[in-house]
Design a protein. Structure first.
Length: 113
């Protein structure tokens, strides 16, 4: 029988706690990929702030900005119509939601480490 996500999470937490107790070392968490902190360019910082954030949080803040300023196309919600600030990021007036991350990545710098 399949375990519920909650039960599986509790079991994984218990296993990690045992490992920490046995080795005396803190548990390592996810530090790469989408959870690694990135530094926004000055253009992107105008929208999301200059603080280093995980890539997932950057995308979330961009979507908040898009929705707050009603920048999704009325007929095709997959299209994002850039205002002046987003135009600097995207390099054009309209992009699809699927190519948005490609444009964002040009404005993000991974922390050296």
């Amino acid at each position: 029988m399949a375990r519920s996500a909650e039960k599986r999470g509790k079991e994984e937490t218990a296993t990690a706690a045992k490992k920490v107790k046995a080795t005396g070392k803190p548990a390592g968490g996810a530090r790469g990929g989408i959870t690694a902190p990135v530094t926004p360019s000055p253009e992107l910082a105008d929208i999301i702030g200059a603080k280093d954030l995980p890539r997932s949080e950057v995308v979330s803040k961009i979507w908040d900005y898009i929705k707050k300023n009603d920048l999704q196309d009325a007929k095709d919600r997959r299209q994002i119509n850039a205002d002046e600030k987003l135009g600097k990021i995207f390099g054009k007036k309209s992009v699809s939601m699927f190519e948005m991350n490609k444009h964002l990545s040009k404005h993000l710098t991974a922390k050296a480490g």
